[in-house]
Design a protein around this ligand. Structure first.
Ligand code: PLP
Length: 294
């Protein structure tokens, strides 16, 4: 069955009590729109899908790892839109497919496995009559940011701070593009020491000086998809007290960071903070069952 998008399911949950009412904190629950086209991924893909249709492409080709939310979301979103999809997967063909890739296959995606070095250099075999729109890993690019900006159609416009997890920086860029100069965007990077991010975000936002946004690199937990018992214990505690599940790659680190920053009085008194829950819960299937209580 093709997944529908339940944009009506998006809620804004107030969790100020979790932080002892130090500030007003709301969570934009994009994780509720679909278990497969999760969180921010449809927003980042929507204009690429439109472009593929306008250009009469067969579908979309894009890149990702074995547990990529983006590969799965692309597979499902393309299937829903009547387009084909190709997932170029980093690393050789595994003997056992991840549950993410199995689900992507079920949506009719074609998987092509390439070596890590070919992946890094984007060396892929493309036939001359290829009729697929190639989309960067994570939907990175102006169309991705333009789509991500529409996330803010689903919440108030008067927050002082908008916080989100950062992989490629596409979502953060879209958010920045929609803010007033007096509002701040805070990105929590989940890649280790990825200091190139500031440049890539600047390219997508056109802002020449960093004034109303910041990327914080202190909560990557040693690197992409790395975690430890402290993070998992935090995620369980956060769920127990707020009823909000998170994923260990992106949003668990985001909620931990916001909690820690509030403790350290990073946000001025009277702040009204929006934390964007960008989904990604399917990725939790890659850690041992029973580790998380949700
Ligand atoms: C992909 C993803 C992100 C990162 O978005 P970027 O636009 O690449 O920075 C954040 N959260 C979740 C849950 C994701 O799946």
């Amino acid at each position: 069955m093709l997944p529908g998008l339940a944009l009506d399911n998006i809620t804004i949950d107030e969790i100020s009590a979790y932080f002892n009412y130090k500030s007003e904190v709301h969570v934009l629950r994009l994780d509720k729109i679909s278990p497969v086209i999760s969180g921010n991924k449809w927003f980042k893909l929507r204009y690429y899908i439109e472009e593929a249709k306008t250009l009469h492409k067969h579908g979309i080709r894009t890149f990702g790892g074995a547990w990529s939310n983006h590969i799965l979301a692309t597979a499902a979103a393309c299937a829903s839109a009547g387009l084909q999809s190709i997932g170029i997967i980093r690393g050789g063909q595994p003997t056992q497919l991840s549950s993410t890739l199995k689900q992507a296959l079920a949506y009719g995606t074609r998987l092509e496995f390439i070596s890590r070095s070919d992946y890094r250099d984007k060396r892929i075999a493309v036939k001359a009559d290829d009729n697929f729109l190639t989309v960067n890993e994570g939907g990175y690019g102006p169309n991705g940011a333009k789509g991500a900006a529409t996330i803010l159609d689903y919440c108030d416009t008067d927050y002082t701070h908008y916080c989100c997890a950062v992989g490629t920086g596409t979502m953060l860029s879209g958010i920045i593009n929609r803010l007033q100069p007096s509002q701040q965007a805070i990105g929590i990077s989940v890649l280790k020491n990825n200091f190139a991010l500031e440049d890539t975000v600047q390219q997508l936002t056109g802002s020449s000086i960093i004034n109303n946004w910041q990327i914080i690199h202190d909560y990557a937990w040693g690197g992409y998809a790395k975690y430890d018992p402290t993070l998992l214990a935090f995620m369980n505690d956060f769920y127990r007290q707020t009823n909000i599940p998170s994923d260990f790659v992106y949003t668990g680190k985001l909620f931990y960071a916001v909690t820690d920053l509030l403790k350290k009085n990073y946000f001025p008194g009277g702040s009204k903070i929006l934390v964007i829950h960008s989904g990604g819960l399917q990725g939790n299937t890659s850690i041992p069952a029973g580790t998380l209580m949700f």
